[in-house]
Design a protein. Structure first.
Ligand code: HEM
Length: 135
């Protein structure tokens, strides 16, 4: 199980090690807690089911203007490292809450994402939510 979380970049620091293995101090956790049934393990199960959560059949090119249109709790797209994801189904699973993502949706959120958790493997976590490439 630890290995599963490690692959997703959860519960560790930038060294890639999980809590307890690292010599660096573990950052203080925030106050937010997700609802029962919305843990990262629950999300990992959903991802491994292979369900397409992206709303598109094949990857598309996404303009900045198109990206901007998707910034609500019901329809939320985020761009990280040139890729665009439909994060609507992930919102309630985010360990720091829905708002942190909504506030950075519809834009290129690479910088803020990396500032908060460079170690998190968004490509793995959001692989079923992949919409396409930001143009
Ligand atoms: C861009 C806007 C985002 C901001 C501002 C943000 C902020 C944060 C913050 C502050 C935490 C720490 C929570 C705590 O310690 O209790 C956190 C945790 C986390 N976030 Fe985000 N986040 C963002 C987007 C995302 C996205 C798109 C994903 C999905 C890949 C994600 C996945 C995670 C995960 C897995 C953790 C737990 C990390 C760990 O336990 O090491 N976040 N986020």
């Amino acid at each position: 199980m630890v290995a599963l979380f490690k692959n997703l970049g959860i519960g560790g620091d930038s060294s890639g090690k999980v809590d307890g293995e690292s010599k660096k101090p573990v950052p203080k956790r925030g106050k937010y807690s997700v609802a029962p049934g919305y843990s990262q393990l629950d999300w990992a199960r959903k991802v491994s089911s292979g369900e397409n959560l992206s709303t598109v059949d094949r990857p598309m090119k996404v303009s900045k203007d198109e990206l901007k249109k998707h910034c609500t709790e019901e329809d939320c797209w985020i761009s990280i490292k040139g890729k665009v994801y439909n994060v609507t189904p992930y919102l309630n699973y985010h360990p720091a809450g829905v708002k942190k993502i909504i506030n950075n949706s519809g834009i290129d959120a690479t910088q803020v994402f990396m500032m908060n958790h460079a170690w998190v493997n968004e490509e793995a976590i959001l692989k079923n939510c992949f919409i396409g490439y930001l143009t």
